[in-house]
Write a protein that binds this ligand. Sequence first.
Ligand SMILES: [Zn+2]
Length: 339
Amino acid sequence: MYGAGDVRVDTVPDARIVGPTDALVTVTRACICGSDLWPYNKMAPTGVGNRMGHEFIGRVEAVGADVRTVKRGDLVVAPFAWSDGTCEFCRQGLQTSCLHGGWWGGTELDGGQGEAVRIPQADGTLVVLPVAADHALMPSLLTLSDVMGTGHHAALAARVRPGVIAAVVGDGAVGLCGVIAARRLGAERIILLGRHADRIALARDFGATDVVEARGDEAVERVRELTGGLGAHAVLECVGLETAMATAIAIARPGGAVGRVGVPQDSTIPNAKPSFYRNVTIGGGPAPVRAYIEELLPDVLEGRIQPGRVFDRVTDLDGVPAGYRAMNDREAIKVMIAF
Ligand SMILES: [Zn+2]
C-alpha cells in the first residue's frame, strides 16, 4: 500500500530464514481485513509502500535451527501478530503484548497478502492444521487468524455468559464473528446493530435474535425497548469509531461490560460519565488470537461454527487491489485470496 486508495501488486525481495527461530511459509490462503481499510482511506502517500496482510494459512518450506513445533511440509495458520509463546504475557495468554513479538507487514517484514512470509518466532506463533491445504473448511480455518478470534475476544471482554443479553455493534466480519462467539458462549439474546441486508441475513443465521438498523440515539432507544428499558449485559464493539463506542456504552446496562475490538480511530473514549455512573466495564484491545486458536479449532473442524461464511468473494493475488475497492465500497463483506 503506497497511500490511501493505492494498493499495488509488487515484487519484493524473497522471504527467507534469517534467525534460528524463523520459519519460511508459502501462503496458500490469505485475506483482506476490515482494519486494512483504515489505511486504505487515510494513509499518507509514501514512495516505499507497506507490505499488507496479517491473516494467512500456508505451508512451511523451511525452519531455522531452533524451531521445534513445526516442520517442512506442515500446513499452518498464523495469528495476526507473532509472538514467542514463552514471555510473561504470552504465558498469560496475551500474545498481542508479547515482549519479543510484533506485527506482520510494514516496510521490514512480509505481509500475508503475498506469496511467502518470514515467521520470526515460529514456535510461539504458528499452529499446525490437521487437514490438507485444499480442505473445504479452509475459509473457516482462515478466520482463526483474526476475525473469529477477535469476535471471541470481544465476547470475552464483554463478559458474555449463559443467559445474558448481548449486543453487537457493527456488521462487518468481526461483528458477524462476534455474533457466533456470543452464541457459542451461551448468550440468550443477541442484538445486532447493523444496516446491510446481506450481513444482517448472515448474522441471523449465526444466531442474532434481533436487529437494530437505526444509528445514534434512535439505535440506543431501540435497544432499550428490546431490553425492557435496562440495556444489554454484554456489548461487543466491533467498529472502532467514536460514534460506535458511544452507542456501545449507551446500550450497556448498569454493571454491564463493553468489549471493544474495533481499532480505535480516536484518542478518547466517549460517554465517560454514563459509563461511570452505571458501573460499565470497558475492556478489550487487540485480540490474542493465538491463545484462542486451539480452543476454537475443534468447533471449526467439527462444523459447530462456520465463520468462513463471512467470505463472499475470492480473488487471486492480482485481484487484491480490486478486493480492497470491493470491501471499501461495501460490495463484499470479506475477500479471500487463494494462491
Ligand atoms: Zn511473548
